[in-house]
Design a protein around this ligand. Structure first.
Ligand code: XUL
Ligand code: CO
Length: 438
């Protein structure tokens, strides 16, 4: 029995069901373009917002019943949390979870104790995973909450903080490996600055590059086969984060020779905060060959901060889903609900309702993407738009058959006079809207 035992395992009951605690759209075995819905979505619950966040905000303390939280989390409290978390995961029926080291373990005073506490809880996590068949999508280190990390971890002016962070990552990377994790995430929460006046930007980037190279080397040394992922975010908590978006991460990886080793974990509201569309970030990552995984949530259109709300708008997510489906889907990645309840969502069962709604939203977007692909019109319109690049001139240009001046000669002599054509944006948009009928 736990806080979450009131609700029976969540099942698919179809669109006509009046049961709030049932999936209306998410039917895990339903085939979508030849693959199970569950395999397209690889649904994941995050430990931190769901079980570790008490509902505090900058004006007040926790409101949510989370009896395993307190001023100092003991081993007994960590175990109570683990029981409740796996009770919830199993009843919700998702295949994956994610966690930070500090989300799961008893609080430690020294690094040595940190390593020991993490090992101790990891043994119990492994038992829960074996019993429930729930898998670990990724592990990560919390390198941003403790005051020692106020000026960053890998980018801290003090190398002792760098060393402390290295130890923490070493422990959790090894724990992730032992638990069969499919990825390892680094979110550079405080790897950035509040003012450039006191900051050596190049030096900090070099140290961040060194840190990431050490993580990659260690991954190979221990034989971890998962993917190393960086999660971009433009700001919050620092004013400027080095990993501000996918393009900045790619430039960083290229500069430090890591493009073949590291991919990105793209979060919906981090893209929004960067002033970019979520689907843009996915398309950019696919184009650069570094697409990895998704943290799914949404912001609030009137708030410029990270509200981490559960997704509820399938039409908004459909262009992104289309990108993912057309790229063949997630490889080692998943859809991780990096989303939290609102402060007034006091009923323990609200956590089920939030995830059920989020999961059905993703399922709707997936079915809409399928409808767009099956109908073929969308692809045909795009093909027509770029048809010239599959004809003689376009092919020759891309086969390096012209220089700038020979192409200029050709353009002059052949008397070309290209006419502007409609981009048909409204038609493309109406196809997406029309496909969102699930
Ligand atoms: C913060 C955020 C983190 C990372 C993991 O905005 O998204 O929760 O996903 O550290
Ligand atoms: Co995230």
């Amino acid at each position: 029995m736990s806080l979450f035992s009131d609700v029976a395992p969540i099942r698919f009951e179809g669109p006509d069901s009046k049961n709030d605690f049932a999936f209306k759209v998410y039917d895990k075995d339903r085939l979508v373009l030849g693959k199970r819905m569950a395999d397209w979505l690889r649904l994941t619950v995050c430990y931190w917002h769901s079980f570790n966040w008490p509902g505090a905000d900058v004006f007040g303390g926790g409101t949510l019943p989370r009896p395993w939280l307190g001023a100092r989390v003991t081993q007994a409290m960590a175990e109570q949390k683990l029981d409740a978390a796996f009770d919830f995961l199993a009843r919700l029926g998702v295949p994956y979870f994610t966690f930070h080291d500090t989300d799961v373990m008893a609080e430690a005073d020294t690094l040595e104790e940190h390593g020991a506490n993490l090992k101790r809880i990891a043994v119990l996590i492994a038992e829960k995973m074996a019993k429930t068949k729930i898998k670990l999508l990724w592990g990560t280190a919390n390198l941003f909450s403790h005051p020692r990390y106020a000026a960053g971890a890998a980018t801290n002016p003090d190398p002792e903080v760098f060393a402390y962070a290295a130890a923490q990552v070493c422990f959790i990377l090894e724990a992730t490996h032992r638990l069969g994790g499919e990825n390892y995430v680094l979110w550079g929460g405080r790897e950035g600055y509040d003012t450039l006046l006191n900051t050596e930007l190049k030096g900090e980037l070099d140290r961040f590059g060194r840190f990431l190279s050490m993580v990659v080397d260690h991954k190979h040394k221990i034989g971890f086969k998962g993917t190393i992922l960086i999660e971009p975010k433009p700001f919050e908590p620092t004013k400027h984060q080095y990993d501000r978006d996918v393009a900045a991460v790619f430039a960083f990886l290229q500069h430090y020779g890591l493009t073949k080793e590291v991919r990105v974990n793209i979060e919906v509201n981090h893209a929004t905060l960067a002033g970019l569309d979520f689907e843009h970030e996915i398309a950019a990552a696919i184009a650069y060959g570094i697409f990895g995984s998704i943290d799914v949530n949404r912001g609030d259109p009137r708030n410029g901060w990270d509200t981490d709300q559960f997704p509820n708008n399938a039409q908004d997510l459909t262009p992104a889903m289309l990108q993912i489906v057309q790229a063949g889907g997630l490889d080692t990645g998943g859809f991780n609900f990096d989303a939290k309840l609102r402060r007034q969502s006091l009923d323990p069962n609200d956590l089920y309702l939030a995830h059920i709604a989020g999961i059905d939203t993703l399922a709707r977007a997936l079915l809409a993407a399928e409808a767009v692909i099956v109908e073929k019109r969308f692809a045909k319109l795009r093909e027509e738009r770029y048809a010239g690049w599959n004809a003689a001139l376009g092919k020759k240009i891309m086969a390096n058959e012209y220089t700038l001046s020979t192409l200029a000669d050709h353009a002059v002599k052949s008397g070309i006079d290209p006419k502007p054509r409609s981009g048909k944006q409204e038609l493309f948009e109406s196809i997406i809207a029309g496909a969102c009928r699930f």
